[in-house]
Write a new protein. Structure first.
Length: 699
């Protein structure tokens, strides 16, 4: 028979000088344990190793070299204490004689069970089983200690190599754990002492550039229970010049919400600050050069046509340089935002790992929420970039503009201050368009926020809709969505640039210049346009103009959003990203589906032909080699009614879903929640089953 002990290669060693004793013991034990009989203590000592599960000694074996046996036990690892069962011969003697036999064992024999002979097989097996379980617990503890050591090593490597300085301080501000970058960032290699929670030779500055008092430094504030982020420190020296760091710190609490210390992060922003200063100097110098060149061109503009053409070319180069400068500003802003978001994700995950390593799960949901919030912010920024580039996947459908604006009323009212009068002037004709409702909502919200920022002193903000009929009866009209404000207006020299990519009038760090560009990209991608009219000190009107669309017939009420568990349906999941594939696979299996995974189209086709049946194909669009859309066509050629769910973060061919999707196909845009994935899969499988049932009844 094969048992767990045989699988684990554990060995039960028997030391019995009398061959009859050894044979009897092996006969009783060998069906459940891998046994090995040895004639004396010297042989036993040589056979002892890490995989020794148990030792059985007869009293007669103790006449041998007990010291040799003790040395073998001493050489065992610290976690190992091999159980020993001593079989003593009573022969009418008192228990005191058994104790004498036990005392002959070496001092390193810690776990000893003394049994008197004769004894039954059941008693022996019971004692061996109990000792064996104790030994198995030792092996389990060894494995757990090894896992903990490995996890500790990985965390140490992460801490040593993370590209920011990290430190964990106790209540007195003494650094308990810090990585090399944290120590490197401190002036002249000084490590924080018990009496110094911050960097005394560094000058902390508030957002206005004023010097901070030491008790307002991030570490000191964190030890008082506050969270301090993004505090900039400046250090000047004759040798190194001016250096900049950004410091953030958060308090650490125990289970009773008592402060037990603080965590601090230091980021080197020296290049960023110097680049910012260089950019300012460059702008000033460039402006001077532009003004000088413009004056020169104006002086000779009427003399020669050639010089006039040269002036036009110079202005074009100048505009290009401004755009390139704006690209740099955008890149820095996006990198700054993504770094902040990644810091939130990485920091939260590190804290979760630390607490899990300590067995403390209190407060983990707060760190998980912080990581999720940062990730959602990153996803939102990515969607804005895709909208500007006109590469987002639009779910175009018939939309009532009036109903959409009315649904936004509460959100828009909450986005403007009380001193700003928000008015809705909606068309009586109830115009309809064909567009992505979510993207249109984002565009309207964006324009309302811009109008709000343009009227800081109060005024009126109007959201209106109207239908402009076409001059030809055979052509549809246009639907206009206007956002008008009575704010400061836009100067003529700026009005021509507001829709240029990356252009912003906001200070550095407060805007990326993608707001109007995003709305412009959405309008163009929806076969419309964006118009802007503005008069300084009077106000601005921004109009989204989209083609009119026939009114849609109301759909049946949507089904419940509750997640429906699977019934073992077969799903073929194709995803080239290992992490995304693992997560999607696990959530689908948790819901009760049979999931087969593939990294690319070639592997997916092999699985498809090998499986008895497939109920649903879930595939990424951007696969290496054959893409997801081509894979779906090949598989649907063999199974025409097989439903296909595409997953995409960006795919040029999937921008217009109506053109991209074929029969029995749907698309889900990344990033998405696991609930959204589960709900979409359940709906598609339910619809497929209804189609099959309907077809069977027809036949």
């Amino acid at each position: 028979m094969t048992s767990k002990q045989y699988i684990n290669n554990r060995t039960l060693l028997i030391a019995a000088p009398f061959k009859g004793d050894a044979l009897s013991l092996q006969k009783v034990l060998q069906e459940q344990y891998a046994t090995r009989a040895l004639p004396n203590l010297v042989s036993l000592s040589s056979a002892i190793g890490e995989q020794t599960g148990l030792i059985i000694l007869t009293e007669e074996a103790l006449v041998g070299d007990v010291a040799c046996f003790g040395n073998a036990l001493d050489q065992q690892p610290a976690w190992s204490e091999i159980p020993i069962i001593l079989l003593a011969s009573s022969q009418g003697r008192s228990g005191r004689d058994t104790d004498l036999a036990r005392r002959r064992l070496p001092s390193s024999a810690g776990h000893v069970i003394a049994l008197e002979r004769p004894l039954s097989s059941a008693s022996l097996l019971s004692a061996v089983a109990a000792a064996w379980r104790a030994r198995e617990r030792q092996f389990d503890m060894r494995d757990r200690l090894a896992e903990l050591a490995e996890e500790r090593g990985r965390l140490h490597i992460l801490l040593e190599n993370v590209p920011v300085g990290i430190s964990f301080m106790d209540k007195q501000g003494q650094s308990l754990i810090s990585n090399p970058l944290y120590r490197q960032y401190l002036p002249r290699g000084v490590i924080p002492s018990k009496d110094s929670t911050e960097m005394p030779s560094w000058e902390g500055l508030d957002p206005q550039g004023n010097r901070l008092a030491p008790d307002m430094y991030p570490g000191a504030r964190a030890l008082r229970g506050e969270s301090a982020t993004g505090v900039e420190f400046r250090h000047r020296s004759e040798d190194e010049g001016e250096s900049w760091r950004r410091v953030s710190a958060v308090p650490l609490f125990d289970q009773s919400r008592e402060i037990i210390g603080a965590a601090a992060v230091i980021v080197d922003i020296n290049e960023e600050k110097h680049a910012e200063l260089s950019l300012r100097r460059f702008n000033e110098e460039l402006e001077i050069q532009v003004q000088a060149r413009t004056q020169e061109l104006k002086a000779v503009i009427g003399q020669l046509k050639k010089e006039s053409d040269e002036r036009l070319r110079a202005e074009e180069r100048l505009r290009h340089s401004f755009k390139m400068e704006a690209v740099g500003q955008l890149t820095g802003g996006i990198a700054h935002d993504f770094n902040n978001m990644l810091t939130g994700v990485i920091g939260s995950l590190d804290l979760i790992k630390m607490r899990l390593a300590k067995g403390n799960t209190d407060g983990i949901d707060r760190f998980m929420e912080a990581a999720n919030t940062s990730a959602q912010r990153a996803a939102s920024l990515t969607q804005r970039l895709l909208a500007f580039s006109r590469r987002q996947s639009l779910n175009a459908q018939a939309v009532s503009v009036n109903q959409l604006v009315l649904a936004l009323q509460d959100l828009l009212y909450g986005s403007v201050p009380e001193h700003l009068n928000l008015i809705f002037d909606l068309s009586d004709e109830d115009p309809w368009i064909c567009a992505d409702a979510n993207q249109l909502e984002n565009a309207i919200l964006n324009l309302v926020i811009n109008a709000r920022d343009a009227t800081p002193e109060g005024g009126t903000l109007t959201v209106s809709t109207r239908l402009d009929p076409s001059e030809s009866a055979d052509e549809p009209g246009t639907v206009v969505i206007e956002i008008r404000d009575t704010g400061c207006g836009i100067p003529p020299g700026v009005l021509d640039k507001v829709m240029e990519p990356f252009f912003t009038t906001k200070p550095i760090g407060q805007g990326t210049g993608l707001g109007l560009s995003m709305v412009y990209g959405f309008a163009k991608q929806s076969n419309g346009r964006l118009d802007i009219e503005s008069t300084p000190e009077v106000g601005t009107t921004v109009s989204i103009v989209l083609p009119e669309h026939p009114r849609a017939i109301p759909d049946s009420p949507p089904a419940s959003g509750a997640t429906v568990p699977g019934k073992g349906q077969s799903i073929l999941l194709v995803e080239d990203d290992d992490s995304v594939r693992l997560i999607n696979q696990e959530v689908l299996r948790e819901l009760g589906y049979e999931v087969t995974t593939a990294r690319d189209a070639e592997e997916a086709l092999k699985h498809f032909h090998a499986l008895d049946h497939v109920d649903l194909l879930v595939t990424d669009v951007g696969l290496p080699g054959m893409n997801g859309r081509q894979l779906a066509e090949v598989i649907q050629h063999a199974a025409p009614q097989l439903p296909v769910l595409f997953l995409t973060g960006y795919a040029a061919g999937a921008r217009d879903r109506a053109d991209f999707l074929g029969p029995h196909m749907q698309l889900l845009t990344k990033p998405f929640s696991l609930d959204a994935l589960a709900s979409r899969v359940a709906d598609m499988l339910a619809h497929s089953e209804q189609m099959k049932s309907s077809g069977a009844e027809t036949l």
